[in-house]
Design a protein around this ligand. Structure first.
Ligand SMILES: Nc1ncnc2c1ncn2[C@@H]1O[C@H](COP(=O)(O)OP(=O)(O)O)[C@@H](O)[C@H]1O
Ligand SMILES: CC(C)(COP(=O)(O)O)[C@@H](O)C(=O)O
Length: 296
């Protein structure tokens, strides 16, 4: 039986919250397509327990969608496009302990969180794959990401075998322990839009080589070493990122750069052992989801 309008509007009154894990891409290749659901990237990354909390509150009838990031008004094209596609207006409050534009997929996380929360809040009756598709297409069209959304929906250590949202893309993953420690140091942000908008042929060739090597022996250790080879071959390293990766490797650890930010990530205590004072986090095996309704 379908929901009556009365029931529907009554259920829209409360804010809804979704959590999306952060996602560090280690390496990737770019696969454009006219249909943004079929466009995307191949590659691999780590889903993190530090992520994006999205609280969505329906806008009243006259108000348009508004977004705050850490309490401050913000523009996030991927979020606006997500809600436009779903045909709803809302206030979207994005909170994250992660740095923005530093390679942690905050924009993709905000878009996916907004899609999941809007579905619950407005009784949109979409499936998870449909919502992932909407957020992925919004993120691709905004130019702020190609593979974060599908990876964040899955969690763990996703391998993006084929580009695009379901049912077009294909994901696999590397099995890992839930509390596996990851450290990171973020020196600065980097505009994903600027890099994706430039010539990505060399980068994509390096990404395809890295994926082929990883598939020969898919382990977490190899994921990081393939990522480091990719970062060097794709010529994406800055001096301080290169220095930090070298220092971790010299101390016997494994590190690489988070795409696309001026950020170094390492397994276990790699950065600490190399003398840095990193932020610490863990790998997050589950994917994104609704976490509860705030009824204040
Ligand atoms: N204060 C801010 N700093 C950086 N980006 C911001 C800020 N507020 C909003 N944004 C938006 O957040 C998005 C960041 O996307 P991106 O560079 O892909 O970063 P991330 O790696 O975190 O996903 C962009 O759409 C940008 O316009
Ligand atoms: C590397 C990137 C293209 C961008 O990632 P971010 O800067 O974190 O939005 C990612 O979406 C991917 O496809 O792997």
């Amino acid at each position: 039986m379908s929901t009556s309008d009365g029931e529907r509007s009554e259920r829209t009154a409360t804010p809804t919250r979704a959590f999306v894990p952060g996602h560090i891409t280690g390496f990737f290749s770019v696969h454009p397509h006219d249909d943004p659901r079929k466009a995307g990237s191949r590659g691999t990354g780590l889903a993190l327990a530090d992520g994006v909390m999205v609280t969505l509150t329906p806008a009243n009838e006259t108000a348009a969608t508004t977004i705050t990031l850490g309490g401050e008004p913000a523009e996030m094209d991927a979020v606006t496009r997500t809600l436009d596609t779903l045909g709803v207006d809302a206030h979207v409050a994005v909170e994250t302990p992660l740095p923005v534009s530093a390679g942690f997929g905050v924009s993709g996380g905000a878009a996916l969180g907004a899609a999941l929360a809007a579905n619950a809040c407005f009784d949109l009756e979409r499936t998870e794959n449909e919502l992932v598709g909407v957020a992925h297409a919004a993120e691709v069209t905004a130019g702020t990401g190609l593979g974060d959304v599908v990876a964040q929906a899955r969690g763990g250590v996703p391998i993006r075998m084929e580009p695009g949202a379901p049912p077009h893309g294909a994901l696999d993953g590397i099995p890992v322990r839930a509390d596996r420690r990851v450290e990171f140091v973020s020196f600065d942000g980097r505009s994903t839009e600027a890099i994706l908008g430039g010539d990505t042929d060399g980068l994509s060739a390096a990404g395809e080589r890295a994926l082929a090597t990883l598939r020969e022996g898919p382990t977490l250790q190899r994921m990081v070493s393939c990522s480091a080879a990719f970062a060097r071959e794709a010529e994406l390293l800055t001096e301080r990122v290169e220095t930090a990766i070298g220092a971790v490797e010299a101390a016997g650890g494994a590190a690489s750069m988070a795409m696309l930010g001026e950020t170094v990530f390492a397994l276990d205590t790699g950065l600490t052992d190399a003398g840095y004072e990193p932020a610490t986090c863990t790998i997050h095996p589950p994917g994104a989801g609704i976490v509860g309704i705030d009824s204040r």
